[in-house]
Design a protein around this ligand. Sequence first.
Ligand code: UDP
Length: 501
Amino acid sequence: EQPLNKQHIIMLPFMAQGHLIPFLDLAYNMLNHNQNIIITIVNSPLNINYLCSAVSKHAFPTSQLHLKSLPFNSSDHGLPPNSENTDGLGLTQIIKLFTASLALEPAFRGFLSDIIKGGGSPPVIISDVFMGWANEVAKDMGIRNYSFTTGGAYGTAAYCSIWLNLPHKNLVTGETYDQFHVPGFPDTCRFEISQLHQFLQAADGKDEWSRFFQTQISLSMESNGWLCNTVEEIEALGLEVLRNYVKVPVWCVGPLLPIKMLKKNVGWDTGYGLIGQRSGKEPSIRPENCIEWLDAHPEGSVLYISFGSQNTISETQMMELAKGLEESKKPFIWVIRPPIGFDLKGEFRPEWLPLGFEDRIGKQGLMVHNWAPQLEILCHRSTGAFLTHCGWNSVMESLSQAVPLIGWPLAAEQGYNAKMLVEEMGVCVVLTRGVHSRLEKEEVRSVIEAVMDKSEDGKGESMRKKASELGDMIRTSIEMNKGSSYKAMNDFMSTIISRSI
Ligand code: UDP
C-alpha cells in the first residue's frame, strides 16, 4: 500500500549480482537524501531473497524500502531449475537468462497498474539499462521512467555504441580489427577486437545477443534520463561521449558504495558489520580471519585477486597464474573457483593448481574459495594492488580506496573499462584479456612486480599516485552540499518527486 503523501519509486534491476547490489545501494542513497519517498525493488523470487538477506544486514527503516517478487520460473525458459541470475551460468545459458528477463513484463505491468489504481501521485520507475522494455510499460501508463546503468560512463557509452553500430563488422578504409573507431568516441581513440567480449565479436546484428541488446538499449535511450554509477570529475571523456550519445540528462550519482568505505580514516578497525557485505552472499572465509591474515603483512604489500561474481578463467590460465604468483613471491589473497567448462559451484580439484602449490605457498597466499569479503580486503591498508576482471563495482571499490589495478577483462564492458583505466586514468596495467589468451607465468610475475614495485620513479608509484588522487575525488564527491554526486542526487530527487506531493 502506498502512503499518499510519499513519492513511490519502483526499481527494476537486471537479474545479476553485479546489478542487484548497486540498485540496492542506489535505493539507500535516495532514502538518505529524501525521506519523502518509498521504494519498491521488484525482481524474480530468488533475487528478492538475495536482496532480503542483504537488506537484513542494514539498519534501514523497512517502512520505506519494500521488496516485491514477480513470478518467474527458470525451467520455463530452458534454464536449469532455480537459475534466476547469472551466477554459475555458462555463456549459452546467460543469453537465455537475458531473454527470459522479458518474461517479467506482464507481472510488472500488473503490479504498476495496481499501484496506479490505488491512487496517489503517479509512481516513477528506475529500470536497468538492460530492462529497456520498462520504458515502454511506463509510456503506456503515462508515467516517467529513468534508466540506471550500473557501469561507468566510458564503459557504458562504448557498450551501447558498439552494440548498436557493430563497428567491427563495418570496418571502413584504414581500419583494422585492432584499430577501429567507435561512433561517439574521438577519432584518436581506437578500439581492438580483443577488447570486445566474445559474443560481441561474433555478433552480426541478427543473432540472439544482438537482438536483445540492440532492442533493450534503444528503448532505454528513450527514457526520461539516465543515472550513472560514477563521479563527474573522474570520467570527463566518458561522460562527454555518453551525454552526446544518449541525448537525455545523465546524473552521476556514484560511487554507490557503503558510506563507511568512503569516509577517510574509517577502515576496518571500526569493526566488521560497519562496512558490511554489499551482497546477500556469505563469504567462504570469516572476514575476521581475512583481516587477521592481512594484519600480519606490511602496508601495501598484498595483491588481491578476484574475477567478480560470475567469471572464471581457463584451466591453463589458472595454472600459469598460480606459477607466476608463486615466483613473484608477493603475498596474495586469491578468490578461486573452478575453471571455465566446470561447474562453478562444484568441488575445487587440486589438479587445477601446480602440484604441491598450496603447501609451498604457505603464508605467502590465502586461497578463498568462491566468495571473499571484498570490501574489507580492499579497505585494508595491507592491500597494495587488485588483479581484477574490471567489473565496474570492483573498479569503484578499488579506486575509492586508492588501490591500483591489474586488468584481466573477461566479459561485458570490462574491456572498455580496462582501456579507460589505462589510457584515461593511468591506474591500471592490462595483464591479458579473455579466457582464450595464452598467458605465460613470466608475464604474470613481471606485471605483478612492476605494479607492486615501491621505487620512487617506477610505474607502480605513478599508478598509486593517480589512484590516490582519484580516491580523493571519489570520496569528496559525496560531501554534503558540496560534492558533485551529492548535488546530482539532490537534483535528481527534486526532478522525480512529483509536484503534487
Ligand atoms: N564480490 C565480493 N566477493 C567476491 C567477489 C565479488 O564481495 O568474492 C562483490 C564485489 O565487491 C562487487 C561485486 O561482487 O561488489 C562484483 O561486481 P562487479 O561489477 O565487480 O563484477 P560482476 O560480478 O558484475 O562481473
